[in-house]
Ligand binder design. Structure first.
Ligand code: E4P
Length: 227
């Protein structure tokens, strides 16, 4: 299972990369705006800065929504670095563009996916990654994890090569359930990645180990002084 971080914040990306478990980064226009990154040059430079931190898989989203615009923008993004994956929205022209990108060897991430029909179209068009948004489905009382399971079944039925990149992840149980279902990738905020580290028994167990070690060290040093 691959781990991506869902942010455009360079410090968070560095922190996750330093953990040694990071396989990529996903961004979107809202996350770029959150960092105050606006204007073509600054956006391009920011993607390059992200690519300089991680080893591969940096999703950079197009803003255009028409075929020609998506192709032009996607090609510019892909030129920034070999690590770039062009993120394209699940719309009619987006599907056409994904087909063209895939025939030209440009990797794509089909985003804003909420139904099995959309997942089939993206795979047929040759998307490298599919981004089903779990949290946003949960928000409207639809089962996001059930959707991931449906897509897993469909992709396995036909041997589609598109990787399921579970997105809009809100908590660590989403990650664990995605792993059980067999999502290929999860993209999550840093807080969700670090939350996976935590267990109260780890904390209390470690505290006891360290306390016992300290007691013994004190005892031994007293013994040495007397002798
Ligand atoms: C990732 O590719 C998506 O853009 C992101 O996970 C959306 O998450 P949100 O629903 O928390 O905004």
């Amino acid at each position: 299972m691959k781990f991506f971080i869902d942010t455009a914040n360079l410090n968070e990306i560095k922190e996750a990369y330093d953990l040694g478990v990071l396989d990529g980064v996903t961004t979107n226009p809202s996350l770029m705006a959150k960092e105050g990154i606006a204007g073509k040059e600054k956006v391009m430079a920011h993607y390059k800065a992200i690519c300089n931190i991680v080893d591969n898989n940096v999703s950079a989203e197009v803003i255009a929504t028409d075929f020609e615009g998506i192709i032009k923008e996607g090609k510019e993004l892909a030129k920034i670095d070999d690590k770039i994956v062009v993120k394209v929205p699940m719309i009619k022209d987006g599907i056409k563009a994904i087909k063209k990108f895939s025939s030209e060897g440009i990797r794509t991430n089909c985003t804003l996916v909420f139904s099995p029909g959309q997942a089939i179209l993206a795979a047929k068009a040759g998307a490298s990654y599919l981004s089903p948004f779990i949290g946003r489905l949960d928000d409207i009382s639809q089962d996001g994890l059930e959707f991931i399971a449906q897509v897993r079944l469909i992709y396995d039925n036909y041997g589609f090569g598109t990787e399921i990149l579970a997105a809009s992840i809100r908590h660590s149980m989403h990650v664990i359930k995605c792993a059980e279902i067999g999502a290929d990738v999860v993209t999550c905020p840093l807080s969700v990645i670090t939350a996976l580290l935590n267990h109260p028994l780890t904390d209390s167990g470690l505290a006891k180990f360290l306390a016992d070690h300290k007691k013994l060290t004190r005892k031994n040093s007293r013994f040495k002084i007397r002798n």
